[in-house]
Design a protein around this ligand. Structure first.
Ligand code: PRP
Ligand code: MG
Length: 208
């Protein structure tokens, strides 16, 4: 069997993903959270795991540098790449939402300024609603933008709602549920069908 390269997102969901892989029979014995290593093999050498920035996982898979990937739906949507999304690992559950100050209105009469770590997601969402937006790309602390008058609203991830609440913002619209997904490069799926199907089957059996 050919070894499959899996790009795994660093960060909050990595430990959970490694645990699911272990239950599915893929044990990465030398993986531990504090390791600085970026490449790992499972004990049976079926999977070569590369540990990459969450936002880059869809790119590795899209370019075929990884056959499959485990990444958040947020980063998959933002990357706008053409791949198969075949499993929901149900880790890191949260949602995309539009948030702003409590009196903020969203209508078609003005151009709305939207700050987000996810400008493509934000643009696409408002475009579908026929609302013209100016997007400002930020890399974090997005909740600040409406408070200091830099943007009318934000598009960001909401998990507990604490960040929004503690900054006096409110959810204006819920957009889309987010969780960790298994993605597959289309060419890899055609050429390494058997290997990838087997990994998916094993993962499915422990996710049920
Ligand atoms: C994320 C996200 C929200 C917050 C949501 O920010 O961008 O701000 O977590 O979680 P909550 O609803 O439970 O508060 P993160 O902590 O990653 O910081 P950053 O945006 O500054 O990178
Ligand atoms: Mg944040």
């Amino acid at each position: 069997m050919e070894c499959i390269t899996l790009a795994l997102a660093k960060g909050r969901t990595a430990k959970g993903a490694i645990a699911i892989l272990k239950r599915a029979g893929f044990h990465f014995a030398d993986f531990h959270e504090k390791s600085r290593k970026l490449v790992f093999y499972d004990t049976k050498k079926q999977i070569k795991l590369i540990f990459v920035k969450a936002v880059d996982v869809p790119t590795y898979v899209d370019k075929g540098a990884a056959d499959i990937g485990i990444a958040g739906k947020d980063n998959i949507m933002e990357a706008q790449v053409d791949l198969y999304e075949l499993l929901d690992l149900k880790l890191g559950k949260c949602k995309f939402a539009v948030a702003g100050l409590p009196d903020q209105k969203i209508d078609h009469t003005t151009v709305l300024t939207v700050a987000s770590k996810y400008p493509n997601v934000a643009e696409h969402y408002f475009e579908q609603k026929g609302i013209t937006v100016d997007t400002i790309k930020l890399n974090g602390s997005v909740e600040l933008a409406p408070l200091i008058g830099m943007a009318d609203v934000i598009v960001d991830i909401v998990e507990t709602g604490n960040t929004i609440n503690e900054n006096g913002l409110t959810i204006i619209e819920d957009m889309e549920p987010i969780s960790t997904r298994l993605i597959v490069n289309k060419a890899s799926f055609a050429t390494k069908t058997k290997e990838i199907q087997q990994i998916i089957k094993k993962l499915e059996s422990v996710l049920e």
